[in-house]
Design a protein around this ligand. Structure first.
Ligand SMILES: *Cc1c(COP(=O)(O)O)cnc(C)c1O
Length: 446
């Protein structure tokens, strides 16, 4: 019997560890995510496209929630929603029993629109407005995280009962991560010093409008070791006995085969072991994962516009910094696959670059790809977090749509922009140019 050119039917291990949990290879050798053929998604919805493995997202939320509660019974997991601030993700977090972190009135309103119970909301922010605090209190937000003395002044003036708060602590810990996402070092803009925290706890005892329930610490993001989390927990434990200790988020993820992030279980083991040593046995333990909760469930799809061989081989795609600006902010470098030929043996080492006018617009530095060509679909793994968050119109790019993929059914959960949407906010300028004809002597061009 003749053996046809064989298409492998399982994903190579180095791709399986970074692609969404529910990824597989379809009958024609194509990438399948959440049961949906990725080239078909690209055809149906266009590119760039954010695609989420919905079951993978739910699985990860459960893994965190059950993993934490089996190790520390009085505990809750908060979805740090800035990592994927779309109504569908808020709704899934609510359904999976998570609390939801929000910063600012915008995220607060997105969460409420998604049906998140107000009591499950945790309001953060280092520059809250009075309107935000009033809104949070009036809807019944479960916790407000106090960052500074002005938060306290404002909360003191808002009528009504006592608002439950946590005090955000500046632990003076330097986690080994990119400076723009390190938030616990001595010079950080976030939180109160240890001395200020102690003083504030004393001052707010018996306050008529504020009840301090505990302390909060968050040392940064994309942290690839567990020791700094343990250190941070010990710092807040040293502040005394409270009801609630919120030890933040920040666990890193694998973007490529070179990364070796701790697993969620290794992270939970480390944090709860430290809690057993340092926290009162009756205390409630909160964690706030963002990136490690959502990142792996997302792939971003791009169309290849051209393949250029100059001093390097460049695969230029139809998105970039406009939908994935974190590549420039944090130097994250991803894993790319050609969705039509996901398991074919690579023959080209290429730089996968975006279409925006910056050299930092680099999605993958050295991507091994099988004969990339114009019209292919490139899927970038691990882009569920902080891609959509920072979407922008650089070089007139339109915001891509987002689909949640579940058991072969794609559902559009965020509409993409049209060129009308791009131009509409400029309506006042269109009026203005009509009212102001070019002045005498102004150059009108050739
Ligand atoms: C951003 C943020 C998180 C989540 O961080 P990740 O690195 O995405 O897990 C958690 N808590 C606070 C206060 C944050 O600002």
């Amino acid at each position: 019997m003749e053996v046809a050119a064989m298409t492998p039917h399982t994903l190579p291990a180095h791709l399986a560890r970074v692609l969404p949990i529910h990824s597989s290879i379809g009958p024609d050798g194509e990438l399948v995510v959440g049961g949906c053929s990725v080239p078909e998604l690209a055809r149906e919805f266009g590119t760039p496209l954010y695609a989420i493995d919905e079951q993978g997202l739910r699985d990860t939320m459960r893994r965190y929630r059950e993993g934490l509660s089996s190790r520390w019974a009085r505990s809750r997991v908060c979805f740090a929603s800035k990592s994927l601030p779309c109504v569908a993700a808020y709704a899934v977090a609510q359904q999976e029993g998570l609390l939801v972190d929000v910063v600012g009135e915008g995220e607060l309103r997105l969460a409420l629109a998604a049906g998140v119970e107000p009591g499950r909301l945790v309001l953060h922010g280092n520059a809250k407005s009075e309107a935000e605090l009033r809104l949070a209190k009036s809807v019944g937000a479960g916790l407000v995280v106090v960052d500074n003395p002005t938060d306290i002044e404002m909360l003191s003036e808002i009528e009504g009962g006592r608002q439950d708060v946590l005090l955000r602590v500046l632990p003076e810990i330097d986690a080994n991560t990119h400076p723009s996402i390190a938030t616990g070092g001595r010079g950080s803009k976030f939180g109160l010093t240890l001395a200020q925290t102690r003083e504030t706890v004393e001052r707010l005892r018996d306050h008529p409008r504020i009840r301090v329930r505990g302390v909060h610490v968050h040392i940064g993001s994309q942290i690839l070791e567990t020791a700094p989390f343990v250190e941070a927990l010990r710092v807040v434990a040293g502040l005394g006995a409270f009801d609630i200790y919120n030890v933040g988020g920040g666990l890193g993820v694998n973007y490529s085969d070179d990364d070796d992030a701790p697993t969620i279980e290794q992270y939970l083991d480390a944090v709860t072991a430290a809690a057993r040593e340092a926290l009162p046995a009756t205390a409630e333990l909160l964690i706030e994962p963002g990136r490690s909760l959502v990142s792996r469930s997302g792939v971003t799809l791009y169309g290849v516009r051209n393949v250029k061989r100059s001093n390097s081989t460049f695969v230029a795609v139809d998105g970039g910094m406009s939908d994935q600006i974190n590549i420039a902010l944090t130097d994250d470098r991803f894993t790319a696959v050609i969705a039509e030929r996901v398991a074919e043996t690579p023959d080209t080492i290429a730089q996968v670059v975006g279409r925006q006018c910056e050299s930092g617009d680099l999605l993958v530095d050295r991507a091994p790809l099988p004969a990339p060509r114009r019209g292919d679909t490139v899927a970038i793994a691990g882009t569920g977090a902080y891609g959509f968050t920072f979407v922008n119109n650089y070089n007139g790019a339109l915001h891509p749509p987002m689909v949640f993929c579940l058991r072969g059914e794609p559902s559009v959960v965020v509409r993409g922009q049209s060129y009308e949407d791009l131009i509409a906010p400029h309506a006042p300028a269109l009026e203005w140019t009509r009212r102001r004809p070019a002045e005498d002597g102004a150059r009108r061009g050739p």
